[in-house]
Each structure stands twice: as C-alpha cells, then as structure tokens.
Design a protein. Structure first.
Length: 390
C-alpha cells in the first residue's frame, strides 16, 4: 500500500507539467493572444555581463562573439568580471576589447556573488537591459537584434535559445542538443504562446527597470532558477527570444558533468523549497502561471524522469502492490510529454539518425542522473559552488 501511495504521488507530481501544457493548448485554442511587442524606434542598449573564474582558455571566444554582433556598437557594452582568478582571464578579456572588473573575495565565491557585486559597481541608468553570459558560451551574430525584437526591454526579462556548442563530441552532447531543441522549439514555444513565463538560464536578459525594482537576490547554487521564481512571483514578464542563439560548452563525459548536474538539481530543489511558497501566495500572477512555475521547479529532467518512472513502476508491478496497473499507467503517461518533446528535438536536429543512435546510451545516462538526483536531495551536500571541469 505504501509503495502504491508513493507511486501515485510521484505520478501526480510528474504530471503537473503535462497538465499545464494541456491548459496552455486550451487557452491558445479559445483565446487570441498577441505577444508581438510594439516597435519603439531606437534600438535597445544592451550591457553584456560575463562572470568568469579562471577562464583564460575560453574568455576570448566569448568576448569576440559579443563584439562581432550585427548591432550598433554604440548600443553594446561588454564587461567581464574576473572573479577570484588565478590565471590570465583579465588580461585576455582586456586584450579582446572588453572592460574587465577584477574581484577578490574568497568568502563569497561563484557567479551569483560576482554578478551582484558587478551590478553594484556599474551605472545602469543608460542601459535598457543586462545580459548575463557565461564565459564558456558564444552568441550568434544576430543575438542582440533578436533580443531587440522584444523591445521595450527595460521592464521585462527574456530568455534566449540555449544551444550546444559541441554537439558532435559524444553521446551526451548529442542528447543534450536534442533535449535543448525539444525544450526551446517545443515546451518554451508553447509557454510563450500561452503567455507564461520562460525559465531562465545562461544568457538571461533582465531589464534595468526590473533590476531597479527587484535588485539581484539570487545567491544559491542555481541563480537561474532562483531568479525565475523571484521574478515570476513578483509578476515580472519573462519572454522568449527564440531567434537569439547562444552556444555553450556541454560536458562530454559523465565525470565532467557531475558537479554541474548536481549543482543544478540541488539549486532547483532549494528554489522550490524556499521560493515555491512565494509563487503560490503571489497575488500578481494567475493560477495557470502558478501551476506552470511549480511544475518547472519540481521537474527532474527527461533522463531522471525516465529512470525514476521505470524504477518505481517496476517495483510496483513486481511487488503486486494495490492498484499496480493504474500506478504504472499514470507513470507511463507522465513520460509522454518529455518523449514528445524529444521527437521535436530529433525533427530539428541536423543529423537526426546519429542523434537518435546516441539515445542507446540513455539507460546508462538516466541511471547516473538518478543517482546524482538522489544525492542532491541530501541536505548537507552541495552547499558550495564547484567550477565545472573544462
């Protein structure tokens, strides 16, 4: 009986995202929503903020991609934060033409603290929005122009299309490319049409008016999820710039990905625990946005969800627990959504056959992710920021 209760509860939690998608489809069908912003005349002034810790091998590529944007140079600013660096990150950033701020504070390490410190050092009055970019990423030449299509940007946030910079390196990078395409071309595109906020990640764009009213407060293991929850509960719009492509270095091996994946999931769980109640209590957003935000915060990722559902369903079926068939069907139903978006990702992949073949590695990857997820839920672990291995 206890096993059936656990299985039913997990199925209900994992089906929240499906429920939100179904409501989105219904709302799109019965209502007409215009999400196209109005032209504002002058192009937006964008300040690119690049926190970097010992990134001398990658910082030049990141800065050069920003400086090569097809956008008026007088409306772009590039600032690198050399955060507790022990290498030549600062020198290489300046050599490429970026303004570089150097910070030494070993008591408050990591990207969130570096961003907060830099925002306090800079005069944002003359800028419309700040784009926070990881040092291992490069942006497409039309990145700024695509962000500007969402103007005015001062009083909103926006998420770009986070793509994989090294898709052909391994099975992991090929699967990551497919999952990214399914997310941005499928799930996030649906959210935007339904008027829902888009979860934030690398390349997040935050209007300076938003930062003035809601100063940077994300200092946990995953500043992206914290910022998403904080802005959503405050009623701030988070739009999607689907044409603004960012390409980030994806971990090629399980060993490289370990610290990053544990940090992301632990940060997501922490955001759910500390900020989930604020989202539910907020009077600035409707019930559908609350449902969708909670569904995003409790989501485990497609690989973890696959392993978890398979494990629980197997245990329920083998044990002959009460309502085993119903529980297994509910768990299987929760996998339809991530499976559908994976198909969307494969459809848009440049090498769909090779990408599909990479999914033969999915069972191994899923079990590994599940073990990491379980370890991430241990309260006393993952409290310190650890740099991802390059």
């Amino acid at each position: 009986m206890a096993l059936s209760v656990v299985a039913g509860f997990m199925a209900a939690v994992l089906l929240l995202a499906t429920m939100s998608d179904l409501v989105s489809l219904w709302r799109i069908t019965v209502t007409r929503r215009d999400h196209e912003p109005q032209a504002t005349g002058e192009q937006s002034r964008l300040l690119f903020l690049i926190p970097a810790h010992d990134e001398e091998s990658l910082i030049a590529g990141c800065v050069r991609s920003v400086l090569a944007l097809r956008y008026p140079t007088d409306r772009i600013g590039t600032v690198v934060i050399a955060d507790n660096c022990t290498d030549h990150t600062a020198e290489r950033a300046r050599a490429c033409g970026a303004l570089c701020l150097e910070r030494q504070d070993t008591a408050n390490r990591g990207k969130p603290h570096a961003v907060a410190w830099a925002l306090g050092q800079l005069d944002l009055v003359s800028w419309d929005a700040v784009v926070i970019l990881d040092a291992d990423a490069v942006v497409d030449a039309m990145y700024a122009a695509e962000l500007d299509r969402l103007a005015p940007l001062r009083n909103k946030a926006a998420e770009c299309y986070d793509d994989v910079r090294n898709p052909q390196d391994s099975h992991l990078t090929r699967m990551a490319t497919v999952f990214a395409a399914g997310l941005f071309r499928g799930a996030f595109a649906l959210k935007r049409r339904a008027g829902l906020n888009i979860p934030l990640s690398d390349g997040m764009c935050i209007g300076t008016g938003v930062l003035a009213e809601h100063p940077w407060q994300a200092f946990g293991l995953s500043e992206d999820w914290e910022t998403y929850a904080l802005l959503t509960s405050a009623g701030v719009t988070i739009d999607l710039a689907a044409g603004a492509h960012l390409y980030a270095q994806e971990a090629r091996t399980l060993r490289q990905a370990t610290s990053q994946r544990r940090r992301w999931l632990a940060g997501r769980i922490a955001a759910l625990r500390t900020l989930g109640p604020s989202v539910l209590r907020s009077r600035r957003i409707g019930w559908h946005q609350k449902l969708d935000a909670i569904a995003e915060l409790v989501a485990l990722g497609p690989a973890v969800q696959f392993a978890l559902c398979a494990g629980i369903a197997g245990a329920v079926w083998i044990s002959g627990a009460p309502a085993a068939r119903v529980c297994c069907m509910a768990l299987a139903l929760s996998l339809v959504r991530p499976g559908a978006y994976a198909v969307v990702g494969l459809w848009h992949d440049r090498a769909p056959v090779r990408a599909a073949a990479a999914f033969a590695y999915l069972p191994v990857y899923a079990i590994w992710r599940l073990v990491l997820a379980l370890r991430s839920m241990i309260p006393f672990q993952n409290r310190e920021w650890v740099r991802t291995e390059r």
